[in-house]
Design a binder for this molecule. Structure first.
Ligand code: BES
Ligand code: MN
Ligand code: ZN
Length: 508
């Protein structure tokens, strides 16, 4: 849900009450703002620091209650370690950490004083800090009863009292200006997380398409293709996956023309949107199957990204395409051994109905290339469990037919902290998916499962189209707690691809 906490910028001396947050570097070396508060409280802050052995190390903090001589109800002194060597990701994470410290503080306002021992911070650093703070404020509380039950599981996000965060800095106008695009990113990531967290009884293909339609308000052109249109296009692979479900399949096409006619061909983003993956007739085991409500995280990222690009009016021509299906076993479901024809004309032997994501993407990728002749295609999918075996939950896997595109994505990953690790493609791997009866089969055997899945996708990429596939099964859902996210869905990919666009695909 969108964070209800408003964030604004003000000067160092602007009026303030509630909770104050100030910083100290390793030593501890208090920043100017921290020293000021220490003076006003007649040394209470340094005293509290001494008592607790606070040394300014990153992640450490001191909480001073009911300080004398100031309006604040409490002062939190936060250690930053060595901020002189901070990257944008470090500032982002610090903002998240501080937002986490504010929860449950029973105060309506928090005032954060951003400076260093040496002096002022760059506007970009402040903007990253504020982005981290807003992202950490996200909660998915839609299905929690309003009045918490006794012994209910309270958590850090039960801070109904915090209404506003004010970031105090030397140049609030510059900081506010630098933060403007980040508000769009917060909204995009929030939307992606909301979609991933939503259970599948509420969010099926039609409902997902409905949520994507709301992007019209931001200026995105939306087209929803239903059953008849998909049949007409010949999307036999995508439709085969959805045929076992009572809920009809959809494809949503989103266009943002921020660079106008002169901007040329668009960059295309394609997302796997399996709103629930039971495995189909090749049914998954019961344990952990609930996680498959998040099997649309690739599509969620694409929608969140399009929202962010439109809201910050990015000077880019971009299309987003998501394939929305529910993979269910039923009397109408596809069977192992079935042969279906994809939109490209290639025939697919379905060896395992649980290898469904690649079939959905095959038709979406082909459609993207046929319809838009894009200058590059990036797809995202929670495609294989195997990518988690290889990379854990730290990196998403990237596969690409184009070194420049791969390098750009990996660099954007380093800038944003949404990290990618490249895995190989090649003719020997491609052989693994040759079929005896059809052009291709949808599984490649026991080993290198993420690679054979990527090889399958590449069969639907035209010669000369720069393409990258991001396998986000480990990074988009069932997230490990981080400084900037505590919810199940992470919104992985929105910040990454926004950065890619900003660095390489926007008209200046
Ligand atoms: N959606 C799953 C992959 C997945 C697994 C994502 C766990 C997130 C967490 C995908 O559709 C799938 O079932 N893949 C199979 C492929 C196999 C049948 C070739 C897998 O990874 O086991
Ligand atoms: Mn599956
Ligand atoms: Zn799946």
């Amino acid at each position: 849900m969108t964070d209800q906490t408003a964030l604004s910028f003000a000067s160092m001396s602007a009026p303030a009450d509630g909770v104050a947050v100030v910083f100290a570097e390793e030593g501890p070396k208090l920043t100017q703002a921290a020293q000021d508060l220490d003076k006003k409280t007649k040394g209470q802050l340094t005293k509290a620091a001494q008592i607790t052995g606070f040394n300014g190390k990153k992640g450490s903090s001191v909480d001073l209650l009911a300080p004398q001589g100031v309006k604040f109800s409490r002062i939190v002194l936060v250690g930053t370690g060595k901020p002189s060597s901070f990257t944008q990701e470090d500032w982002l994470n610090l903002g998240g950490t501080v937002r986490g410290l504010l929860s449950g503080r029973e105060s309506a306002a928090a005032h954060l004083y951003l400076d260093t021992a040496k002096g002022d911070l760059a506007a970009d650093d402040i903007a990253s800090f504020a982005l981290g703070a807003q992202l950490r404020g996200y909660t998915f509380k839609k299905y929690k009863s309003k009045t918490p039950k006794k012994n209910g599981n309270a958590d850090e996000t039960d801070d109904k009292t915090l209404k506003k965060i004010v970031v105090h800095c030397a140049d609030p106008r510059a900081a506010s200006h630098a933060f403007a695009p980040n508000r769009a990113i917060v909204d995009g990531v929030t939307l992606a997380r909301d979609l991933v967290n939503e259970p599948a009884n509420v969010l099926g293909p039609a409902e997902f398409a409905g949520r994507a339609k709301a992007l019209t308000k931001a200026g995105v052109k939306i087209e929803v293709l239903g059953d008849a249109a998909l049949k007409k296009l010949g999307m036999g692979a995508l439709l085969a996956v959805g045929q076992g479900s009572e809920r009809p399949s959809h494809v949503v096409v989103m266009q943002w023309k921020g660079a106008g006619a002169k901007g040329g061909a668009p960059i295309a983003f394609v997302g796997k949107g399996v709103t629930f993956d039971t495995g189909g007739i090749s049914l998954k085991p019961a344990a952990g199957m609930e996680d498959m409500k998040g099997d649309m995280a690739g599509a969620a990222c694409v929608v969140g990204l399009m929202q962010a690009l439109a809201e910050r009016k990015a000077k880019v021509n971009a299309v987003g395409i998501v394939g929305l299906v529910e993979n269910m076993p039923s009397g109408k479901a596809q069977r192992p051994g079935d042969v279906v024809t994809a939109m490209s004309g290639s025939t697919i032997e379905v060896l395992n109905t649980d290898a469904e994501g690649r079939m959905v993407l095959a038709d979406c990728l082909w459609y993207a290339q046929e319809k838009f002749k894009p200058k590059a295609v990036v797809n995202l999918a929670t495609l294989t469990g195997a990518v988690m075996v290889a990379l854990g939950k730290e990196h998403a896997g990237i596969f690409s037919n184009n070194d420049e595109l791969a390098d750009r994505l990996i660099a954007a990953g380093k800038e944003t902290g949404e990290k990618l690790w490249r895995l190989p493609l090649g003719p020997k791997y491609d052989k693994m998916i040759d079929s005896k009866v059809a052009d291709v089969k949808n599984t490649g055997g026991k080993w290198g499962g993420s690679i054979s899945a990527a090889q399958f996708l590449q069969r639907f990429i035209k010669e000369g189209t720069p393409w990258a596939h991001l396998d986000i099964a480990g990074t988009a859902m069932s997230s490990v707690d981080s400084d900037i996210n505590r919810s199940w869905g992470s919104g992985f990919g929105v910040r990454l691809l926004d950065q890619l666009v900003k660095d390489h695909y926007e008209r200046r």
